[in-house]
Write a protein that binds this ligand. Structure first.
Ligand code: FES
Ligand SMILES: [Fe+2]
Length: 394
């Protein structure tokens, strides 16, 4: 089956077609981190898409920008660590060309004379910038010369009523931990795996202790209905929007609140708080997560004491990078208010379990016997993802 059929997985040639992935990622907006990844002025955050390296940089004017992480002199890498703090200028480690933090313009080029940065050649040597949009503290980038902002308008409309109470875009949060991993898996397999939880009961024994399986699989068991109704009462008491929203005009995003079992205060294996400092609208721990999924590459969870982000970008046909961050209130103190291992354990363990599945699916998709399989009704979001990808990568 080489033709794509809606309701089935991708054909083999689509899965490993880097040119197609590049097309979609040069036309559509994709998730590249949050204000929590670069909470302070001069903080930066590196990421990579195929051979291209970029960084987010929190300017001294408070604006978060995205620039190409390559020097305009002889193309050396400018910022080397995954995350870090820039000096007063962005300085190339090679021959010390210096760029202004807030606009990437060239400031100094040793050996070229004082006038060079303001000459026509010097002006043309500013760092290349990529357009970004910040929505509720979440940053989306677009590589198109002519970005279509309608997806961003749609995402604002969908998520703002849920995320506004967290005030993430106003600051007040910090990066407690960041983890990135290069995975020997195709990035589309990672996304398909993420869009269904039919694999969860068997493969995420830890995660599924926190949630009733009905949360993810649409099975309306009476016990889940009781749990959910009680959660709705709590959420409404706090003035929180809770109705799931999805499948809108451009299919850019889905958002839902899920109750956890009531003996869990946060997304931790022992149910104890992940951080002693509550965030957003919460004055007490709420056993729930506000979760959102963005096409083409991210899934995010807001709880009452931290935010966890996960997103993926392709590096090659069988290689991708998975980025995960844990963000807490900025006055939370490591060792006193939170413990990094305790805070990060659920998603670290769950992601590692998923990585194994995604590697297995990738090698299966390489097989001469590969045939796209059908999606069950409970895998409807996989169908939605595949339809979306085929539509925008053509
Ligand atoms: S390569 Fe950056 S200064 Fe020469
Ligand atoms: Fe999973």
């Amino acid at each position: 089956m080489n033709q794509y059929t809606s309701g089935f997985g991708f054909p083999q040639d689509v899965i490993f077609d880097d040119a197609r992935a590049r097309r979609v990622l040069s036309q559509k907006w994709f998730f590249v981190g949050t204000r929590g990844d670069v909470p302070e002025p001069r903080n930066y955050f590196n990421f990579q898409l195929f051979d291209d390296q970029y960084f987010l940089l929190h300017g001294t004017d408070g604006v978060i920008r995205c620039m190409v992480n390559r020097c305009q002199h002889q193309s050396a890498r400018l910022l080397k660590q995954d995350t870090g703090k820039c000096p007063a200028s962005i300085i190339c480690p090679n021959h010390q060309w210096a760029y202004n933090l807030n606009d990437g313009t060239l400031r100094n080029a040793p050996g070229f004379g004082k006038e060079f940065p303001t000459s026509a050649e010097g002006v043309s040597r500013g760092l290349q910038q990529v357009p970004v949009v910040e929505i509720s503290g979440m940053i989306f980038a677009c590589l198109s010369d002519n970005p279509d902002y309608s997806d961003m308008d749609e995402i604002v409309k969908i998520i703002a009523p849920y995320t506004d109470p967290f005030g993430f875009e106003k600051g007040g949060y910090k990066l407690a931990h960041h983890h990135r991993e290069i995975i020997d898996a195709n990035w589309l397999m990672v996304m398909i795996n993420n869009r269904e939880c039919c694999h969860c009961t068997n493969n995420h024994k830890g995660l599924t202790q926190l949630f009733d399986p009905s949360s993810f699989n649409g099975a309306e068991t009476p016990a889940y209905k009781v749990l959910f109704d009680r959660a709705v009462q709590r959420w409404e008491g706090l003035g929180l929007t809770w109705q799931e929203k999805a499948f809108t005009l451009n299919d850019s995003a889905r958002i839902a609140r899920y109750p956890m079992y009531e003996n869990y205060k946060s997304i931790t294996f022992d149910g104890a708080p992940a951080s002693k400092k509550l965030i957003g609208p919460f004055e007490d721990y709420d056993p729930s997560t506000l979760s959102m999924w963005f096409n083409p590459n991210a899934w995010i969870h807001f709880t009452s004491d931290h935010i966890a982000t996960n997103w993926v970008l392709p590096l090659g046909p069988e290689k991708c990078a998975l980025y995960s961050s844990w963000i807490v209130r900025d006055d939370a103190v490591e060792g006193e208010d939170y413990d990094v291992a305790h805070l990060t354990n659920v998603w670290k363990v769950t992601n590692a379990e998923d990585v194994g599945l995604c590697m297995s699916m990738t090698s299966g998709a390489r097989s001469t016997h590969y045939k796209p399989g059908p999606f069950a009704a409970d895998e409807q979001h996989c169908k939605q993802f595949c339809d979306w990808y085929m539509k925008y990568s053509a």
